[in-house]
Design a protein around this ligand. Structure first.
Ligand code: NAD
Ligand code: UGA
Length: 475
C-alpha cells in the first residue's frame, strides 16, 4: 500500500478542526479538505461572507479562510458524503468530562468519538486512514478500531471493501496563537502501527514542516503524551501561582522570581506568568482524565499528585475574589466593579473554564454590580457562562449582585470603585488614565491579576494598585 492523500475529511469544525484543516489546505493545495460538523449554525458561520463572523477568533485565520475557502477547503454538514469520499479522516470532536454515570466528573465522555467512528464505519469506502486529532484517553484507538471494523466482520453486509488504519496525531496548538503554532509547531506527533499509513500522514505535514520535527511512535505513547504535555504545562502554572501568594506575603516579586529561575535552561523561561489560574477547555479536563486513569490502574499516589495541580488552580481563583472583597473594605454590596477581560486568555473569544467566570460569580454572589468588557466575547456568551441574565439597568435599591455588558473600557469604568483586569488583552496596556480615573469613585483600585503592570502611569492618578505576586502589597 502506498498512499497518496487526495481527499481529507475532518469531523468537527471547532477550535481545532477549523484552524488545523485551514492550515493543511493552505499548505497542500492539491488536496481537497472537507470540514464537517453536525452543528448547522457553526458551519453557516464558517461559510459566512463577512469574515469577521467566523465562529472562532484567531489571529491570521481569516486570511487563510479567504485564500482557501471554496478552492480546496470546504465547510459542510454533509457528513455521509464527505466520509465516503475521503482517504484520510480526522476525528476532531469535543471530548469533555463525563457529567454522569461511571467516572462522572473525571473520565472523558467519548460519546462524540464513538458517534464519529460509527459514521465512518457506516460510510467509508475502501482503504481509509482514520486519525485521532481529539485528545483521548490512552488506548482509545482500540475502541475506535473495534467500532470501525464491526461492519467488515458482518457476513452479509456490503462493507465497501473497507480497510481501516488508525493513527494518533494529537494537536498541541494553543488558542490565540493557533495559526502560528500550526505553521511552526515544536513537533508533530504521529502514533501508529502501520508504516504506510504513518508515511501518508507524514507526507501531508512534510509539505511545510521539516521532517526532523516529526516524531513517530506507537499509538499508546502518542495518546498518552498529549495528556502528559497538558498536565506538565498546567503544573507549571499551578507552581508559579502557588509562589505568587508567597511573594505577596514576603515582599518578593513573582516576576523577578520567574525571571531568575527561568534563566536556568533546565527550567526555561516560558509559561511562568502567574495569573488568576489557568482556564481553557483542556487543562482541567485532561488532568481530571489523567487522575481517573491513574485511579483505574490503582496508582493512587500519582492520581493525588496531579489532583493537587487542580486544587491550586481553584484556590488561586478563590484567593483573588476574596482579596478583592477584603481590599474594598470587606464588602462589595452595591459597588460597581469594572471587569476587564472575560476570555480565558488574550486573542481568543473562547471563555471555556475562564477564571473570569468563577471570579465574577463570586463577586456577584457578594452583591457587586459588574460592568464587564471584553473585546471579543459577546454578551450572550457571558450570560450563559454566568448563568444570569444581563441587567438592562442596575437596581440601586437591591443588594443583589448583577452584571451588565460594557462596550468599551470607559463605559465599564463609570462610577466604578475598581478596575479588575482578568485577561491580558493588548489594548489594556494603552489606557487613557486621565479619562478613566475621572469616571470612577474614590478611593479607586486596580486589581491586576495578569501582571499587565499598569502602575507607573496609573499611580499618577491616585489609584491603589494590587498586582499579582507583588510583595509591595505586603505593606
Ligand atoms: P469544539 O467543541 O470547539 O469542536 C468540536 C466540534 O465537533 C463541535 O463543533 C461539535 O458540533 C462537533 N461534533 C461533535 N460530535 C460530532 C459528530 N458526531 N459529527 C460531526 N461533528 C461533531 O472542540 P475543540 O476545542 O475543537 O476540541 C476538539 C478536540 O481537540 C478535543 O479533544 C480537545 O481536547 C482537543 N484539543 C483542543 C485544543 C484547543 O485549543 N481547543 C487544542 C488541542 C487539542
Ligand atoms: C493549551 C496548551 O498550551 C496547548 O499546547 C494544548 O494543545 C491545548 O491547551 C489543548 O490541548 O487544548 P490553551 O489552553 O489554548 O493551550 O492556552 P495556553 O496558552 O496553554 O493557556 C492556558 C491557560 O493558562 C490560560 O488561561 C492562560 O492564561 C494560562 N497561562 C498560560 C498562565 O496563567 N500563565 C502562563 O504562563 C501561561
Amino acid at each position: 500500500m502506498n498512499y497518496q492523500i487526495k481527499n481529507i475529511c475532518c469531523i468537527g469544525a471547532g477550535y481545532v478542526g477549523g484552524p488545523s484543516m485551514a492550515v493543511i489546505a493552505d499548505n497542500c493545495t492539491n488536496t481537497i479538505v472537507n470540514v464537517v460538523d453536525l452543528n448547522q449554525e457553526r458551519i453557516d458561520l464558517w461559510n459566512s461572507k463577512d469574515l469577521s463572523n467566523l465562529p472562532i477568533y484567531e489571529p491570521g485565520l481569516k486570511e487563510i479562510i479567504k485564500r482557501r475557502r471554496g478552492k480546496n477547503l470546504f465547510f459542510s454538514t454533509e457528513i455521509k458524503k464527505h466520509i465516503s469520499e475521503a482517504d484520510m479522516i480526522f476525528i476532531s470532536v469535543n471530548t469533555p468530562t463525563k457529567l454522569k454515570g461511571i467516572g462522572a466528573g473525571e473520565a472523558i465522555d467519548l460519546k462524540w468519538v464513538e458517534a464519529s467512528s460509527r459514521k465512518i464505519s457506516q460510510y467509508a469506502k475502501g482503504k481509509t486512514i482514520v486519525v485521532e486529532k481529539s485528545t483521548l484517553p490512552v488506548r482509545t484507538a482500540e475502541t475506535i478500531k473495534n467500532i470501525l471494523n464491526s461492519n467488515t466482520k458482518k457476513p452479509n453486509v456490503d462493507s465497501n471493501n473497507q480497510e481501516f488504519y488508525i493513527l494518533s496525531n494529537p494537536e498541541f496548538l494553543a488558542e490565540g496563537t493557533a495559526i502560528n503554532d500550526l505553521e511552526n509547531p515544536d513537533r508533530i506527533l504521529i502514533g501508529g502501527d502501520n508504516n504506510n499509513a504513518i508515511q501518508a500522514l507524514e507526507s501531508i505535514y512534510s509539505n511545510w514542516i521539516n521532517k526532523d520535527k516529526i516524531i513517530k511512535t506507537d499509538l499508546w505513547s502518542a495518546e498518552l503524551s498529549k495528556l502528559i504535555a497538558n498536565a506538565f504545562l498546567a503544573q507549571r502554572i499551578s507552581s508559579i501561582n502557588s509562589i505568587s501568594a508567597l511573594c505577596e506575603v514576603t515582599g518578593a516579586n513573582i516576576k523577578e522570581v520567574a525571571n531568575a529561575i527561568g534563566k536556568d535552561k533546565r527550567i526555561g523561561e516560558l509559561f511562568l506568568n502567574s495569573g488568576p489560574g489557568f482556564g481553557g477547555s483542556c487543562f482541567k479536563k485532561d488532568i481530571l482524565n489523567l487522575v481517573y486513569i491513574c485511579k483505574y490502574y490503582g496508582l493512587h499516589e500519582t492520581a493525588n499528585y496531579w489532583q493537587q495541580v487542580l486544587e491550586i488552580n481553584k484556590w488561586q481563583q478563590e484567593r483573588i475574589s476574596n482579596l478583592i472583597i477584603n481590599k474594598l473594605f470587606g464588602t462589595v454590596v452595591g459597588k460597581r466593579l469594572s471587569i476587564l477581560g472575560f476570555s480565558f486568555k488574550k486573542n481568543t473569544n473562547d471563555t471555556r473554564e475562564s477564571p473570569a467566570i468563577k471570579i465574577c460569580k463570586d463577586l456577584i454572589e457578594e452583591g457587586a454590580k459588574l460592568n464587564i468588557y471584553d473585546p471579543k466575547v459577546k454578551s450572550k456568551v457571558i450570560e450563559k457562562d454566568l448563568n444570569l441574565k444581563e441587567s438592562i439597568d442596575f437596581d440601586n435599591n437591591s443588594e443583589l449582585g448583577e452584571w451588565r455588558f460594557a462596550s468599551n473600557i470607559e463605559e465599564s469604568a463609570v462610577d466604578a470603585d475598581a478596575l479588575i483586569f482578568l485577561t491580558e488583552w493588548e489594548e489594556f496596556r494603552s489606557i487613557n488614565w486621565q479619562n478613566i480615573s475621572n469616571k470612577m469613585r474614590d478611593p479607586k483600585w486596580i486589581f491586576d491579576t495578569r501582571s499587565i503592570d499598569l502602575s507607573k502611569e496609573a499611580q499618577k492618578f491616585g489609584f491603589n494598585i494590587w498586582m499579582i505576586g507583588e510583595g509591595k502589597n505586603y505593606s
